[in-house]
Design a protein around this ligand. Sequence first.
Ligand code: FCB
Length: 516
Amino acid sequence: MTRPRSISHDFTRREFLSVSGASALSLANLRLAQGAPTSQTSPAPGAQTAPPFSKDFLWGAATSAYQIEGAAREDGKGLSVWDEFVRKPGKIRDGQTGDVACDFCHRYAEDVAHMREMGLTAFRFSISWPRVLPGGTGAVNQKGLDFYSRLVDALLAAGIAPVATLFHWDTPLALHHRGGWLTRDMPRWFADYAVVIARALSDRVTYWLTINEPRSFIGGAYVTGVQAPGEKRARAEYMRAAHITFLAHGRAVQAIRANAHQPAQIGYACDVSPSLPATDSAVDAAAARESTFASPLDHFSGAHWWRENAWWLDPVFLGRYPDAALTALGKDAPEILPGDMETIRQPLDFLGANIYGGWLVRASANGEFEEVHFPAGFPLTAFGWQITPDAMYWGPKWLHERYKMPIFITENGCSSRDSVSLDGKVHDPQRIDFTARYLLALARASREGVPLLGYLHWSLLDNFEWQEGYTQRFGLIFVDFPSRRRIPKDSAHWYASMIKSNGASLPRLPAVAGLP
Ligand code: FCB
């Protein structure tokens, strides 16, 4: 099980998605993936005319601070674990860093203009904790705070709702040296940081996300160690880090609510990989649903880390860990002090789901579930991730059933091998096709009554894709990294026209099982 482009032989989520013979796609999806081309920008004859999404549905794009900002050592910013990690030999593809990245700190006005042209109504960005609090706690770096204030003003002037994430993996290095996510001081430090941000921005920011993808973050940081700070810890330690991360989430929600200048809409951005039914049968759908929220012990080791969903959602939305997980973990389960679960389970306004794909599952002869292998030659993104649009139907549907929350798709997208063509444009039909398929699945969930706040495409810009450096282009806008010049790709134009129709221009796929 090797993956040619991986820096480490440990399993990252990406590697796991790409090489697992047990990953997922339903037969409906398979027909979709092999079926009609969907890259047209206008409705096909007989296309849907009524918009499948509510009229206030938010259409946007998502980013994160370290992946786009640059200005890594400017204007008083402190260092994060990523600033240090990227300098370690062999950790990042081609030895790249996020020192300059997309240079967003200096070019945000140009990027906001692109967003306005595309008709985006929401933009998700994250705040770099050490840019605002260089030491993680204590003195505020006003220049850092001012940057986010200017960005928020520019977004609002363009009619774009800011969606602010407090933490997208760039832990202040100073706090890492003081124990970071392994110390129970971290939730308090995170809450103090949340107070600073809420006081400064909540007069203009309504939508908040606390922590991006705790599952991926703990997995990369402490389980496989392929992401900053690059540690491989014992299971009891990384499960403790998970518990501390949940506590930090809860404390931050309390801090925002207590300090917001106006009612805040607060959510939590979790990466979710649903199991997908292998056929259209009701028994396989039931098996896939059960598998999606199952918590066997192997979900808590590096190899199957990115399969677990319930552990990362139940405490936040239901106030308890899955019993099966606690039993399986035994002495490696985190210590839960009185009051912890109450702190973790704060009232939230929505569930943020980052959905890229899922696994294929069917009912087994003994009435349980079993995985089904992908057929040979199955469609993949440039990253090697299987293209499984059904994840965008079953994921939101089951998340809503279990947690009773409105769903906000806070990330979805694909990397492709984009380059500038002789005509000076960037043609990315794969991204258009990918996005159309996933949005059709989301439209199905919407029609069946799943409350949806919006869809944020990952990403606005090609950017620094963590340990993969600049090799995985996820943007709707191409970035020529030597010059940092931006070129909206074909997908940006397609996305703009789709937004204009509120999804009504999505192509209709002929006779695809499982789609209306
Ligand atoms: C998500 C991360 C985001 C980006 C995309 C491709 O897991 O939240 O930063 O890396 O994957």
